[in-house]
Ligand binder design. Structure first.
Ligand code: SF4
Length: 125
């Protein structure tokens, strides 16, 4: 049975914020997972996902159309920043960052606490 997730037809967060993280999360570092070829340096200690450090951000790993069907092409290897983003409905909490990102993309706000715990973020196909 599939689980409803507003993330699967959203993607606004991946197209709004600079997705930066400690450079050691890149796969060029011991134990790193994030494909370095999809990142760029921000500072000597920080990297970010390509495409997110610009005026109209869009992560290079995001597939699909924002507000339609989307998925993260590196879901299992995404950074801690992506994993820890408080998506709407997580632990029964609303996410002001989700709502702000959606508004910037002309998407309607999600209902408050739509399903509570159990919602899942964007998943790789
Ligand atoms: S790596 Fe995946 S989850 Fe993270 S911003 Fe890019 S598309 Fe979104």
């Amino acid at each position: 049975m599939s689980e409803f997730s507003p993330c699967l037809d959203c993607g606004a967060c991946c197209s709004t914020f600079r997705v930066s993280f400690y450079w050691g999360e890149a796969d060029s570092a011991p134990g790193g997972l994030v494909p370095e070829r999809l990142t760029e340096k921000v500072t000597p200690h920080l990297s970010c996902m390509q495409g997110t450090n610009q005026p109209s951000p869009r992560c290079v790993a995001l597939m699909g159309d924002v507000g339609d069907a989307v998925r993260c092409s590196i879901y299992e290897k995404r950074s801690s920043t992506c994993r820890e983003f408080p998506f709407h409905g997580e632990n029964g909490q609303d996410s002001p960052d989700c709502q702000r990102a959606r508004a910037l993309h002309g998407l309607p706000p999600l209902p408050s606490n739509p399903r509570g715990p159990g919602l899942i973020p964007i998943v790789a196909a």
